[in-house]
Design a protein around this ligand. Structure first.
Ligand SMILES: Nc1ncnc2c1ncn2[C@@H]1O[C@H](COP(=O)(O)OP(=O)(O)OP(=O)(O)O)[C@@H](O)[C@H]1O
Ligand SMILES: Nc1ncnc2c1ncn2[C@@H]1O[C@H](COP(=O)(O)OP(=O)(O)OP(=O)(O)O)[C@@H](O)[C@H]1O
Ligand SMILES: [Mg+2]
Ligand SMILES: [Mg+2]
Lengths: 466, 466
């Protein structure tokens, strides 16, 4: 007979860890490093702190492939009461809000802890202090996989005499450093490209990198936003209504509910919408039936009178910083870059930034070198499944005077409150039509600038030859 | 300040439903149908029942894109005590065992229920009866997303006078039938190809399909297996030790533990392994330290004296049935098919089956038409990210006398107790080296047979022309 059972989230991802990028000792080491680095960059940038990230890789045992990874940052640290769940509970984090950040799933560091635990039996070590805290907290903990909760093995308090703030995470795992090194180095280089205001160092047995920041100002941190009516469904409406109604004496009205809970909805817009949709603005939201909620959700998605989502919850690099990063890392002869106006899909705002780098130290190749970024995360795998690759492949580069083999690099950066990732391993982006159109528009805009440059270069060369 | 929170699994997949294939009304309708059909085929085949699957699609409202999907099967039904969790709790199911089946995540039908619930507010309706049960159970239920548990709206008992057994699932969702129709039809056709012993019907507003079974015998159902030592890690050892020790008076020995819990480990093998690894076979497993567990796990993975995993937990189609299915659906002039010997990766057994279909009604194309299957599931999306596509692309077909454009179809079927899917949407398979090698070997084996046929055809043609 069939045996029925339930799994905890930790159990599920322990069994299916390859889906999160932890498929083998090479890939798992890469994923471990990137999950920690991405957390450190969020912990600095989102608070306007110039990031200082130190990555250390020690090969403890080459025959057994045992590696120790340590990542240190100068970020906002983690409140000690939150450390156990942050590192020991799958689907726990602070990124479940409407705001651009690298983190979004509440899963990344837990996967790294799980993998280290199952391959070497060792706990994660965390040292952390929040700004102005008098004490530094040091933890060692593991995950109780069956129950999806942390098991604290150690918790020490250390005097924070130097008033340090930040986080150190140490993991010992089965990882193949010689296999992973090349991709890890590339990941760190590209992180330096897309976050040129960050200072990042890597120390490992056979390679040391030191990227000193090229810019001295962190971009304006994004603000937490509200959902846009374009993206509502019945469940979202129900949960927003529940939150908005709780603890109030007088039941709130429908128009108040819309104005207070959604992006792009002012009082006048809300009233015209409700008039169009056939609802009394003063109607108490508690009296909405399930059929009315269904109808309201549908009409909110359909109505074209909403203001488009603002970009205050986004934090693009800007074409100037993007050019700076590209110049610093790729050292091309020519760069054209653009940050497009904000757009949106399904109520989620997004901004596409593109740079084209040509010549100089850009390697010559049969097709464009594609560097993909999402919310300032470098994406190094699954290029064949990514929307940017689809767009680059359908462009006829001859139109822009680029004949392959050629030294051309295409840098695509997508910022959004919801990046349409294809999987929890965050490697490829789905071809959402609005996003695909924006990427193509941005690439063509830069390509026209490149064409002018190459045309000019051609003229100067033919003048010389005369 | 950062706001920390945890999400239930239902909440997580509600927010990230595109990762499970529910990205838009076209794709969601396709995914809903396939999740239900795959459950129905598991519920019949795994019990030696000749499957009768009826799929009905009603477009309730074309302007609002409201569609009702109903899938009925003659399977083993679901025990009434299990229905609420099976449909209302993410990460719950009966497929968390070591045995080939379409289901593996305990997530599929819950995603369909979630999507229907959030787009139309309506519950799932389930009618089910197990073999020889005197009553049929009818449920209507929804998912409490915040708590990841079912909410039963209705539960009726009906007299089972006809002694029916099986399951009917009805969902009302926002789905785009005209957009999804082509892929749904293709999915059902290919299901008929890979399961030629199944009778499948589709009734929809504008298309009706009836695939009567071509074979009258279900393949031998797979048996539940045990883990293979090649795939152990410390956490697996700990949980197996805990289960094996619980409720026993005398602590079991290390050699007993190995023989009773692992695949491919007889008493003699276990003793030689323990001798090689430096452990006393009679040592009580309770006395193993974490360092010893770590060492034991590593050595179990490393030891090359284990018997390779048996295929009793697999259920390939067999080259004869595969040819039959290919003939029935593609109507080619020539078919070559092969079922390879069982292989394994990381302790997981797998079998690759391949067919090449040439000519007849196979469409002429610039590259081979690739039909991919995993555990008898047709995979229709993300071909560019799939290992089979990678293998097909690197083969020089000229060697086998195939010059494109040509009417060639490549059918690849992988059976395993753990298909290396790249995501929970089950569309692409990762390029695990052992699997990739087997696919290439199988394709080349069939290609050699095709070459003999084409060479013969060439001869006959030149004879005719003389
Ligand atoms: N170095 C760090 N500094 C400060 N906070 C951190 C750090 N690392 C983790 N955190 C906190 O722990 C939470 C959980 O991290 P985790 O990587 O598991 O999820 P996430 O970053 O929110 O999302 P994702 O799964 O997409 O990475 C974060 O949201 C953040 O609040
Ligand atoms: N038509 C059916 N007949 C019998 N049992 C069913 C049927 N549909 C679902 N079930 C039961 O419900 C469980 C959960 O189904 P669900 O689709 O959510 O997960 P799964 O099939 O186990 O895995 P996956 O997420 O990969 O599909 C199944 O394991 C099975 O026990
Ligand atoms: Mg993270
Ligand atoms: Mg299923």
């Amino acid at each position: 007979k069939e045996r029925f059972e339930g799994l905890s989230p930790a159990e599920f991802f322990y069994r299916n860890r390859e889906i999160a990028g932890f498929s083998n000792p090479v890939r798992a080491l890469y994923q471990t490093i990137r999950e920690l680095v991405e957390n450190s960059l969020d912990a600095t940038e989102l608070y306007g702190i110039l990031p200082e990230i130190k990555v250390t890789v020690d090969v403890i045992s080459p025959e057994k492939n045992i590696v120790k990874v340590r990542v240190e940052d100068n970020g906002v640290g983690i409140p000690s009461s939150e450390v156990p769940n942050v590192f020991g509970r799958v689907f726990y984090g602070s990124k479940y809000v409407i705001r651009q950040s690298r983190g979004l799933f509440g899963l990344g560091v837990k996967m790294a802890v799980l993998y280290a635990q199952m391959t070497t039996g060792s706990p994660v070590r965390v040292v952390t202090a929040t700004p102005r805290s008098r004490r530094i907290h040091e933890f060692e903990l593991m995950i109780d996989i069956t129950k999806n909760r942390p098991r604290i093995l150690k918790h020490n308090l250390i005097d924070n005499s130097k008033r340090w703030h930040g986080t150190i995470v140490e993991l010992t795992l089965e990882g193949n450093w010689s296999g992973a090194r090349r991709k890890v180095v590339e990941y760190i280089k590209r992180t330096a490209l897309i976050a040129p205001y960050a200072t990042i160092t890597l120390k490992s047995p056979d390679v040391e990198l030191h990227f000193k920041r090229l810019a001295y100002k962190v971009p304006e941190p994004p603000e937490i936003g509200r959902p846009h009516p374009r993206g509502v469904d019945i469940e979202l409406l129900k949960s927003l209504i529940a939150k908005y109604s709780s603890g109030r004496e007088d039941p709130p009205t429908l128009v108040d509910f819309l104005v207070e809970n959604f992006e792009g909805v002012g009082r006048i817009t809300a009233e015209s919408f409700l008039k169009w949709a056939g609802y009394d603005p003063e109607m108490p939201i508690g009296s909405l039936t399930i059929e009315a909620l269904d109808d309201l959700a549908r009409k909110m998605r359909e109505y074209d009178g909403w203001r488009r989502p603002r970009a205050h919850s986004l934090s693009p690099l800007g074409s100037e910083l993007l050019s700076k990063g590209v110049q610093g890392i790729l050292r091309p002869e020519f760069v054209a870059s653009i940050t497009r106006k904000p757009s949106s899909y399904g109520g989620h705002p997004f901004v596409v930034e593109v740079a084209l780098a040509w010549g100089g130290e850009v390697p010559v190749s049969d097709h464009p070198l594609l560097l993909r970024f999402a919310n300032k995360i470098p994406l190094l795998y699954d290029e064949g499944a990514d929307v940017s690759r689809k767009v680059v492949d359908k462009i006829d580069w001859n139109t822009y005077k680029v004949k392959f083999p050629a030294p051309l690099a295409v840098i695509v950066h997508i910022c959004s409150t919801k990046i349409p990732f294809k999987g929890v391993g965050k490697e490829a982006i789905a071809d959402v039509p609005e996003v695909e159109r924006e990427i193509e528009g941005a690439i063509r805009e830069c390509a026209r600038k490149l064409r002018r440059y190459l045309t000019q270069k051609e003229k100067e060369l033919s003048l010389k030859l005369k």
